[in-house]
Design a protein around this ligand. Structure first.
Ligand SMILES: CC(=O)SCCNC(=O)CCNC(=O)[C@H](O)C(C)(C)COP(=O)(O)OP(=O)(O)OC[C@H]1O[C@@H](n2cnc3c(N)ncnc32)[C@H](O)[C@@H]1OP(=O)(O)O
Ligand SMILES: CC(C)C(=O)C(=O)O
Ligand SMILES: [Mg+2]
Length: 510
């Protein structure tokens, strides 16, 4: 049985998902959970991208002990120097440097000849080796590269000292058979290839990221790159939980395994979804809400008689509880705490007491309190930025033939109470205009998303907003049984992040 190493890039390629923007604190929280999950390598970011990225890679490198921390860098010496600056304190560090090799990228993006590509790739690996024992080289858009040239590049970087060779299917173009053939060709034609790790990195543009990854494993790669929940640039990356479960469930076929603690998968998926704001569809393999639910009578009958009739993965295997703890107004702190742990929270006693009080309050207003309700009510309070403005009151006047008018009252950090009113094109618009007035902020509303996190008339509404101001972009989330209140809370939360980012609040935690 072969062991496949897992290279997680949720914090780098995953963060390239449009709309995702994680704070350093959130990245560290995810990294610590990935360490618990047992991934071999964590790509923590792209140190040269910004001082903030460098700082957050550095923080992760200091805190994570049991996974190798990786920074991506272009094949440029200064990028590599920044990666070293970020990773020098890590227990175990790896440089991941890359250069595109395909004709399209050489001609239009890089404006480089084949010779220049090889020259730059070799120079980057050699420079990286001055600092790092472990250097990974990726041939970006490798799957659309002429195979003889790919062999030449890989030979050159292996000779220069690269210890991991990654062939990304950058644009999700390849098919399983074609992708497998690339690795077979490299294994047959590159001298010394047996001394390096071969790695795959697949994107899901044609929905084949996991299939391509599994084909690469069959062809002989020993490292798999991907993300939790399959998030990532455009249509995303290969979902690591799906790859791991395919290997685990079909050991008979793949004869390969990973060192992941599979029972940490549910917790990791929920954490990533919660912090990135990227919802996991109900029908998503392994981690979707319906992955272990049976709806139709014939299936239910089969499962009751023998669970394996319709279940090929036991929910417990990936950290879901098969028995549901139904919480309501007669539940006590122990059951509530147990549920929070199951949902991936580790709260202090004070946070737990506060969440429990609000949970009881919700139970009085709502007949059925679901897991999503609890996630929403706990999240709404887990603030990591000082609240420059706290919502005191929002009031709306609305009629189908009149202009909506909102009045908003907020409390500032030093206790001052401010109130303003404004008209708008709709209810939400009038609330946001009143908030702009009362806070004296000029922002652009880039995105507004509303979802019902629970079902029924008394469902909790969850609102996401993305605001920008100059170079800053921030996200905010608000939850309430009333969607207008949720809208106001989300907007104010984003404004509070903005104030913290600018550094004009008392303490800045971003
Ligand atoms: C397939 C992937 O996922 S690759 C990773 C993608 N991730 C990111 O790009 C996130 C981080 N990126 C950034 O913050 C910025 O793009 C930076 C800081 C890296 C560079 O910013 P800028 O200097 O303003 O350049 P910009 O991004 O506009 O253009 C990229 C430049 O790098 C070059 N380049 C692209 N890839 C590479 C590479 N692997 N090695 C060397 N140069 C490269 C491009 O040809 C272009 O060069 P040019 O300015 O001479 O035309
Ligand atoms: C930087 C590389 C590995 C990448 O993300 C890609 O090619 O998709
Ligand atoms: Mg990628």
């Amino acid at each position: 049985m072969r062991t496949i190493e897992i290279f997680d890039t949720t914090l780098r390629d995953g963060e390239q998902s449009p709309g995702v923007n994680l704070s350093s604190k959130e990245k560290l929280e995810i990294a610590l959970q990935l360490e618990r999950l047992g991934v071999n390598r964590i790509e923590a970011g792209f140190a040269a991208a910004s001082p903030g990225d460098l700082q957050s890679v550095r923080e992760i490198a200091k805190r994570v002990k049991n996974s190798t921390i990786v920074s991506l860098s272009r094949a440029r010496l200064l990028d590599i120097d920044k990666a070293w600056e970020a990773l020098r304190d890590a227990e175990s560090a790896c440089l991941h440097t890359f250069l595109a090799t395909s004709p399209i990228h050489r001609k239009y993006k890089l404006n480089m000849t084949k010779e220049q590509v090889i020259e730059n790739a070799v120079a980057a690996v050699k420079h990286g080796k001055k600092y790092f024992d472990m250097v990974e080289f990726s041939c970006e858009d490798g799957s659309r590269t002429e195979i003889p040239f790919l062999i030449e590049v890989v030979q050159a970087v292996v000779d220069a000292g690269a210890r991991i060779i990654n062939i990304p299917d950058t644009v999700g173009y390849t098919t399983p058979a074609e992708y497998a053939n690339i690795f077979t060709q490299l294994l047959n034609n590159v001298r010394g290839i047996e001394n390096v790790k071969l790695s795959c990195h697949c994107h899901d543009d044609l929905g084949m990221a996991v299939a391509n990854t599994l084909a690469a494993i069959q062809a002989g790669v020993t490292q798999v790159e991907g993300t939790i929940n399959g998030i990532g640039e455009r249509a995303g990356n290969a979902a690591l939980e799906e790859v791991a479960l395919a290997l685990d469930t079909r050991k008979d076929f793949y004869q390969a395994t990973t060192n992941l603690k599979l029972e940490e998968i549910a917790r990791t998926s929920k954490l990533v979804s919660r912090l990135t704001g990227m919802f996991v569809p109900g029908n998503k393999a392994v981690v979707g809400a319906n992955a272990f639910a049976h709806q139709s009578g014939i299936h239910q009958d089969g499962v009751l008689k023998e669970v394996t009739t319709y279940e090929i993965i036991r929910p417990e295997r990936v950290g879901f509880k098969s028995n549901r703890l139904v919480l309501g107004k007669l539940s006590g702190r122990h059951a509530f705490k147990d549920k929070l742990i199951e949902l991936g929270y580790q709260l202090s006693q004070e946070e737990l007491d506060d969440a429990f009080a609000r949970f009881k309050d919700l139970c009085d207003r709502k007949k059925d309190v679901s897991d999503e309700d609890i996630v929403a009510l706990v999240d709404a309070k887990l603030v990591d930025v000082p609240e420059a403005y706290t919502l005191e009151n929002v009031q709306l006047s609305y009629g189908n033939n009149s202009i909506p008018t909102a009045s908003v009252r907020v409390r500032t950090l030093n206790g001052e109470v401010l109130e303003e009113a404004a008209c708008g094109n709709g209810s939400v618009d009038s609330i946001y205009k009143a908030i702009d007035r009362v806070t004296n902020e000029e922002v652009v509303l880039e995105d507004y998303k509303i979802v019902s996190v629970t079902h029924g008339k008394d469902a909790l509404g969850e609102v996401y907003v993305r605001l920008s101001q100059g170079d800053y972009t921030v996200q905010g989330r608000g939850v309430s049984t009333d969607v207008l209140e949720a809208s106001a809370k989300a907007y104010l939360r984003a404004l509070n992040k903005l104030v913290a980012r600018r550094g004009d609040a008392v303490e800045v935690v971003m």
